[in-house]
Design a protein around this ligand. Structure first.
Ligand code: PGA
Length: 250
């Protein structure tokens, strides 16, 4: 019912040429792969190159962030209409690195999410607790607040294309993955919360990805969990062989 989705978040890595070199090596490795949806999130300078090079393939690409307005005096921002104009229809929203280093808030993520659904994009909304929140027993409360704030005034119809990535901040780029059990518990909280503040049947169909130090070695155990519908992969998505192995988990 929920088609698994494996996404690669390239963060601030790869020039356009390096992105195309990646695709030359990666696309042939996954050419017949239909079990999972595959999405890459390259940098803004590589995005149109990656969209063109993946056109007609089983791989697509999206933006790592966007503004909620179509235009305006906002230096450094990219708008939904600008993304749509280059054929982009996927967008990552609320990544913890934006929250930690660039002051992103869930109030703003909510505006971005509204704009994304209004443009018919597939938004991948990131949520996840910090280490001190987990240690203080506040994981559930944190996740519930994040999900509900982001989904405020989003109708079930608008949320039908939504994907959520649960990324515990203490597991991002640290090499220490959440155990499959810890991840599954958090996914269940997120799913329950979608049902509570949006709609129960949407909660059942929403794909919830796990992110945070996903590697070829741990993807299979994570994907065995009932509520884990895919992965958002940072570091291990930069290498074509390693990302292809993750896509082809057993
Ligand atoms: P990581 O990053 O796989 O390098 O931990 C995941 C992410 O930030 O999306």
């Amino acid at each position: 019912m929920r088609k698994p989705l494996i996404a690669g978040n390239w963060k601030m890595y790869k020039t356009p040429q390096e992105s195309l070199d990646f695709l030359d090596a990666f696309l042939p490795r996954v050419v017949r792969h239909t079990r999972d949806e595959i999405v890459l999130f390259p940098t803004m300078t590589s995005l149109s190159h990656v969209l063109d090079a993946t056109a007609g393939s089983n791989v697509t690409a999206g933006a790592q962030n966007m503004h909620w307005l179509n235009e305006g005096p906002y230096t450094g921002q990219t708008s939904p209409t600008m993304l749509a104009s280059i054929g982009c229809s996927h967008v990552l929203l609320g990544h913890s690195e934006l929250r930690l280093y660039f002051g992103e808030t869930y109030e703003r993520v909510n505006l971005k999410l509204k704009a994304a659904v209004a443009h018919g994009f597939m938004p991948v909304l990131c949520v996840g607790e910090q280490l001190d929140e987990r240690q203080a027993g506040k994981t559930e409360q944190t996740l519930r607040t994040q999900v509900c704030t982001a989904l405020r005034n989003i109708s079930p119809t608008e949320a039908s294309n939504l994907v959520i990535a649960y990324e515990p901040i203490w597991a991002i780029g640290t090499g220490s993955t959440a155990s499959p059990e810890i991840a599954a518990e958090a996914h269940a909280i997120v799913r329950h919360e979608i049902g509570r503040c949006c709609d129960k049947s949407i909660a059942e169909t929403t794909r919830i990805l796990y992110g945070g130090s996903v590697k070829p070695e741990n993807i299979s155990a994570l994907m065995q969990q009932q509520d884990i519908d895919g992965a958002l992969v940072g570091g291990a998505s930069l290498d074509p062989a390693s990302f292809a192995k993750i896509v082809q988990y057993v």
